[in-house]
Ligand binder design. Structure first.
Ligand SMILES: Cc1cc2nc3c(=O)[nH]c(=O)nc-3n(C[C@H](O)[C@H](O)[C@H](O)COP(=O)(O)OP(=O)(O)OC[C@H]3O[C@@H](n4cnc5c(N)ncnc54)[C@H](O)[C@@H]3O)c2cc1C
Length: 340
C-alpha cells in the first residue's frame, strides 16, 4: 500500500480540476483499512472515498485522507439454465464490466454501456440510463467500514435504492467502502430487450425483437451516447449536473398553463418528472459561458470545463442556473453531482 502525500487528484476527476488531497491511498485488500487505522496520524484525519471521480466537483484542496478501491477481480459465483451470478471488484471500470458481460452474451447491463466510473460507485449512485438502473441487476453489495474495517453485506432490500441514490450515498457516505458487488444476469433473454427509451426503440426498429442481442443494444447505445454526451476527455464534465425534478400534479397543471410545451413524464405515483435540461434551455442557459466554465452547447444538463476552470467557477455557474430556474419556474434543481 502506497501512501502519497500532497497528491493531485487531476487524473481522478472527469471535470479535470487540479486540486490536491493531503493523503491519497489505494485500497486493494480488505485488510488494508485495518492496517491504515493503526497509523495514529492518518486515523486522526477525516477520510473520504472516491472512485473514478466522474460524479464529483472538487472545489478546493482536500484535507485528510482520500481512499480509492482498486480491487478488480471478477468471478462467476454460480449459474443455472437461465441466469448467471457474478461478483465484481469495486475497482473495475464500469464500462469494462458492461463490455465483459456483453462479450459473454449475458443480458442485463447492456443499456448501461459507456457510463464512466467504477463498479464500486454503481450501487452508491444507483446509476441508470435508457430505462435500466443498477438496482435491477444487483444482488449483493459487500462493504468495509472505513473506521474499523468491519465487513457488512447488503441485500438489495437493505440498500434503499432510489433515483441516483442509495443508503451508501446517504447514511453511509464516506463511512462504508463498497469493495465488491454481485449481479444477476440473464443467459438468454430473447424478445425481452429493454427498449423503453424511445430513441433506442426507433434506432432498433429494423430488428425483430427476438433477433436483438446484448451486443446490438450495446453498440447502439454507445453510438447514441457518443452523439449526445460531451466526451469528458475533450471537455471536462461529470455527466448530468442536476437531477430531473419531480413535481406534484397540482403544480404541474399550473405550470402547464404558462408553459404549454413543457416536456414532462408522468410517473407511476401520479407526479411529473420534468427534464432539467429543458428547464435550463428554456431559461436561456444552453451554451452560456462564465469564465472558464460553460453550459454545454450539445446538452444543457452538462456543465463543462473549457480548460483551466476551478471547481468554484463551475459551482458558481451551477448556482446561477439554480437561482434563475427557480425564479422562472419555481422549481429547485438539485445537483446530481457531489460537490466537495
Ligand atoms: C460523461 C458522463 C456521462 C455520465 N452518464 C451517466 C449516466 O448515464 N447515468 C448515471 O447514472 N451516471 C452518469 N454519469 C455519472 C457517473 O458516471 C456515475 O455517477 C458513476 O457511478 C460515478 O462513479 P465514480 O467511480 O466515478 O464515482 P465518484 O464520482 O468518484 O464518486 C461518486 C460517489 O460515490 C462514492 N463512491 C465511489 N466509489 C465508492 C466505493 N467504492 N465505495 C463507497 N463509495 C464510493 C463517492 O464517495 C461519491 O460519493 C456520467 C458521468 C459522465 C462524466
Amino acid at each position: 500500500m502506497h501512501i502519497q502525500a500532497n497528491y493531485s487528484l487531476l487524473p481522478h476527476n472527469t471535470f479535470q480540476i487540479d486540486v490536491k488531497t493531503q493523503y491519497y491511498i489505494e485500497i486493494n485488500r480488505q485488510s488494508d483499512i485495518l492496517t491504515l487505522r493503526t497509523d495514529l496520524k492518518l486515523a486522526s484525519l477525516p477520510w473520504r472515498i472516491i472512485g473514478g471521480g466522474s460524479n464529483l466537483l472538487l472545489t478546493h484542496d482536500l484535507e485528510g485522507v482520500t481512499i480509492r478501491c482498486t480491487f478488480k477481480k471478477i468471478t462467476v459465483v454460480k449459474e443455472d439454465e437461465d441466469n448467471i451470478w457474478i461478483s465484481v471488484g469495486a475497482g473495475v471500470a464500469w464500462h469494462d464490466l458492461v463490455t465483459y458481460t456483453v462479450k459473454n452474451g449475458w443480458w442485463g447491463l447492456e443499456n448501461l454501456a459507456l457510463i464512466p466510473g467504477t463498479v464500486g460507485a454503481a450501487p452508491v449512485q444507483n446509476i441508470g440510463a435508457y430505462g435500466t438502473e443498477a438496482q435491477d441487476r444487483i444482488t449483493l453489495v459487500d462493504t468495509l467500514n472505513i473506521y474499523d474495517g468491519q465487513r457488512r453485506r447488503f441485500r438489495p432490500s437493505e440498500c434503499q435504492f432510489g433515483y441516483r441514490t442509495s443508503i451508501f450515498k446517504q447514511e453511509f457516505i464516506n463511512k462504508l467502502l463498497v469493495y465488491r458487488v454481485n449481479f444477476r444476469l440473464k443467459k438468454s433473454h430473447a424478445g425481452k430487450a429493454n427498449l423503453v427509451y424511445e430513441p433506442l426503440k426507433i434506432a432498433l426498429e429494423a430488428y425483430k425483437k427476438n433477433d436483438l442481442t446484448p451486443k446490438i443494444l450495446y453498440d447502439t447505445i454507445i453510438k447514441i451516447r457518443e452523439e449526445r454526451i460531451p466526451d469528458p476527455s475533450k471537455a471536462g464534465n461529470a455527466g448530468s449536473f442536476f437531477k430531473n425534478p419531480v413535481i406534484d400534479t397540482e403544480y404541474f397543471e399550473k405550470l402547464l398553463e404558462s408553459h404549454p410545451k413543457m416536456l414532462h413524464h408522468k410517473m407511476l405515483d401520479g407526479k411529473y418528472k420534468i427534464p432539467a435540461a429543458w428547464l435550463i434551455e428554456q431559461a436561456g442557459w444552453k451554451g452560456e459561458l462564465r469564465g472558464h466554465a460553460a453550459v454545454s452547447n450539445q446538452h444543457a444538463l452538462f456543465l463543462i470545463n473549457l480548460g483551466g476552470a476551478t471547481g468554484s467557477e463551475i459551482e458558481t455557474l451551477a448556482q446561477m442556473i439554480q437561482e434563475d430556474v427557480n425564479h422562472k419556474f419555481g422549481i429547485y434543481l438539485e445537483p446530481e453531482v457531489i460537490i466537495l
